[in-house]
Design a protein around this ligand. Structure first.
Ligand SMILES: Cc1cc2nc3c(=O)[nH]c(=O)nc-3n(C[C@H](O)[C@H](O)[C@H](O)COP(=O)(O)OP(=O)(O)OC[C@H]3O[C@@H](n4cnc5c(N)ncnc54)[C@H](O)[C@@H]3O)c2cc1C
Length: 496
C-alpha cells in the first residue's frame, strides 16, 4: 500500500488540465493542500496496525492486503467495516473523507459489467477489462472519484430528447479501438486530486437513450478531458490554530471528442444495464452516507453541546430536546446503514422484479435501509444548522477576525467581551466561536450543507426508491382486515 507522500508525489507527474478561476493549476498547488491532507488521512490511518481490520482488506483478485477504499465487498462484514471505517475517518477529519466515491463506483461497475457481459452472451468483455483495471487500481493503491451527475439540461426531457445531445455524457462515435465520448459531468468531488475518474450514467435509460449507457475509467489528466475546479478551504489561520483542517474540491469534467480505448470501457450501449449502474452506484453511495453523516452529526452534536456550554445554557430543557433530536438523526442514520449491511446479499432490487441475484457474488447493501438512512439524515442537514444557529446565537456570524484579537488596540477588549461561561477559559471560548464560524458561516460551510443534502441523490430520489420498493400493498391488506373491508389479510406477513 502507498503512503500519503507517494500519493502526492504521483500527482506531481500528471499533466496540467485543471482550471481554477481562469488559470491552469498544478495538482499540488497550495490551494489543494487541505484537500490532499484530508485524503491523505485514508493512507495514514490504513498504515496503523490497530486499524488493519477496519481500513484494509484482502483483495479477492490478488490475495494481497489493500486499502479498504479499493475493495469489492465480499460479505456482510465488509459492508459493516466500510460503514464503520467511513464514520471513524470522517470523525478524524471533522467532515467528508472523500474517498468513498471510488469504492462506491468500483463496486457498482464490478457488478454491472458482469451482468452486461452475461446479457450480451459473451459478445463483450467488460467485466474482464474491469477486473484488469481494478487489479492495478488496488495494487497501486490509487484514488478514484466517481462522475455520475450529468448537466441534464431540461429536467423534463430524457437524454435523447434534449436539444443539446451532450446534456448527458454520451458515446459520440464507436471505433474499432474504442469510443469517442462527449459531454460534461459536474460537481465531481476530488476529481482534481484523483488518479482515476470513473464515469457512469445518471439515470434509467430507454432503448433510444442507449448512447448514454456508458461507463468507463480514465486517468484524471486524460487527453480530451479538462477539469474546471472549485476549491473549498476554510479561512486560513495564522495565530489561532485549529485541529485538523479539512479541504474539498469539486470539478466540472469537460469531455470533448475524448477517446477511450475498449480496455477502459465497461458499458457501451446497454440501456437497461446503464440504468442498473446508476441505481447501484447511488445505492452504494447512500450506504456510505450511513457512515459519513453520523460522523458529521457527531461534530454537529459536539458543537451544539459546546455552544450551549459556552453560553451557559446547557442545563435548559430546550437544549436537551435539541441535542436529543440530533442524536436521534445520527443514530437512526447509522442504524439504517447497519441494517443495510447486515441484510446485504449479492442481490439487487429491480423495479417490477423485486430482489434478483446480481453480479458475480459480491455483496450489495439492502436498498430500503440505504435509502431510508440517507434520506433521513440528508433532509436533516438544514434542521441541524438551524439548531446550531438557535443555540449559538448571532456570534458565529460576526465573530471578529483573528488579527483583531492580536491587535493591542482591540484584542484585550474583544477578549473581555467574549467571556460568557465563567467556568471556561475565554481563550477556549474564542477558539470555539472561530471554529463554529468556519463550519457554519463560511462559503465552505454552506457548500458542505448543499453537498450533504444533495450528495448521493436529492431526498426526492430516495423517496422514489423507498416508495417504489416498499411493499405498501401488504400494509393495505393488513389495514383492510382490521377495518373489516373486503380483501383484508392479517396473515399477509407470516406468508412471506
Ligand atoms: C458538494 C457536492 C458534491 C457532489 N459530489 C458529486 C460527485 O462526486 N459525483 C457525482 O456524480 N455527483 C456529485 N454531486 C451531485 C449530486 O449527486 C447532485 O447534486 C444530486 O444528485 C442532485 O442533482 P442536481 O444537482 O442535478 O439537481 P436536480 O436533479 O436538478 O434537482 C433539482 C430539483 O429538481 C427536481 N427534479 C429534477 N428532475 C426532475 C424531474 N424529471 N421531474 C421532477 N422533478 C425533478 C429535483 O427533485 C429537485 O427538487 C455533488 C453535489 C454537491 C452539491
Amino acid at each position: 500500500m502507498r503512503t500519503k507522500e507517494d500519493y502526492i508525489k504521483g500527482l506531481t507527474k500528471m499533466k496540467r488540465n485543471i482550471y481554477y478561476d481562469g488559470q491552469l493549476l498544478d495538482r499540488t498547488d497550495e490551494l489543494q493542500m487541505d484537500c490532499l491532507n484530508t485524503i491523505g488521512v485514508t493512507y495514514d490511518e490504513a498504515a496503523r496496525p490497530e486499524n488493519q481490520k477496519l481500513c484494509t482488506a484482502i483483495s479477492h483478485l490478488t490475495g494481497e492486503r489493500i486499502n479498504r477504499f479499493n475493495h469489492i465487498h465480499q460479505n456482510k462484514e465488509d459492508l459493516h467495516n466500510k460503514q464503520d471505517m467511513t464514520r471513524m475517518l470522517c470523525q478524524k477529519v471533522g467532515g467528508c473523507i472523500q474517498r468513498c466515491m471510488g469504492i462506491d463506483g468500483t463496486n457498482a461497475i464490478y457488478n454491472v459489467s458482469y451482468e452486461a457481459d452475461k446479457a450480451n452472451k459473451g459478445a463483450t468483455q467488460y467485466h474482464e477489462n474491469f477486473k484488469k483495471w481494478l487489479t492495478r487500481f488496488q495494487t497501486e493503491d490509487l484514488i478514484g472519484c466517481c462522475a455520475q451527475t450529468d448537466t441534464k439540461g431540461d429536467r423534463m426531457l430524457r437524454p435523447a430528447e434534449q436539444p443539446n445531445p451532450s446534456a448527458y455524457v454520451r458515446i459520440k462515435e464507436r471505433r474499432k479501438d474504442g469510443i469517442i465520448v462527449e459531454g460534461c459531468k459536474l460537481h465531481i468531488s476530488e476529481a482534481s486530486v484523483a488518479d482515476e475518474i470513473l464515469v457512469l450514467p445518471t439515470r434509467a435509460l430507454r432503448p433510444e437513450d442507449k448512447d448514454y449507457a456508458v461507463a468507463f475509467a480514465v486517468p484524471g489528466d486524460w487527453d480530451g478531458m479538462k477539469q474546471v475546479v472549485t476549491i473549498h478551504n476554510f479561512r486560513p489561520r495564522e495565530h489561532y490554530k485549529r485541529g485538523f483542517v479539512p479541504g474539498y474540491t469539486d470539478s466540472y469534467l469537460l469531455f470533448d471528442n475524448c477517446f477511450v480505448p475498449w480496455e477502459r470501457v465497461f458499458l457501451a450501449g446497454e440501456n437497461l444495464m446503464g440504468g442498473a449502474c446508476a441505481l447501484l452506484f447511488a445505492l452504494f453511495h447512500r450506504h456510505s452516507y450511513s457512515g459519513c453523516k453520523p460522523a458529521i452529526g457527531d461534530v454537529i452534536l459536539g458543537a451544539a453541546a459546546l455552544a450551549a456550554e459556552v453560553n451557559n445554557i446547557h442545563k435548559e430543557s430546550h437544549v436537551r430536546e435539541k441535542l436529543a433530536e440530533i442524536i436521534m438523526t445520527i443514530e437512526l442514520g447509522y442504524a439504517a446503514g447497519y441494517t443495510a449491511s447486515d441484510l446485504g446479499k449479492p442481490e439487487l432490487y429491480i423495479p417490477g422484479m423485486g430482489f434478483v441475484p446480481f453480479g458475480p457474488g459480491s455483496y450489495i447493501p439492502h436498498s430500503i435501509y440505504c435509502n431510508v438512512g440517507r434520506c433521513l439524515s440528508g433532509e436533516a442537514v438544514f434542521r441541524e444548522a438551524e439548531i446550531i444557529c438557535d443555540i449559538a446565537g448571532g456570534i458565529i456570524a460576526t465573530f471578529p477576525h483573528e488579527k483583531d484579537f492580536k491587535n493591542p488596540e482591540t484584542g484585550e477588549q474583544l477578549l473581555k467581551y467574549t467571556k460568557r461561561n465563567p467556568k471556561m477559559s475565554v481563550e477556549d471560548q474564542a477558539n470555539f466561536w472561530r471554529f463554529l464560524g468556519d463550519v457554519f458561516c463560511s462559503a465552505t460551510g454552506g457548500i458542505m450543507n448543499v453537498g450533504n443534502y444533495h450528495g448521493g441523490g436529492s431526498p426526492i430520489m430516495e423517496q422514489i426508491a423507498i416508495t417504489t420498493q416498499y411493499d405498501i400493498e401488504s400494509r393495505k391488506k393488513l389495514v383492510k382486515y382490521h377495518a373489516g373491508m373486503s380483501g383484508g389479510d392479517r396473515e399477509v406477513f407470516s406468508k412471506k
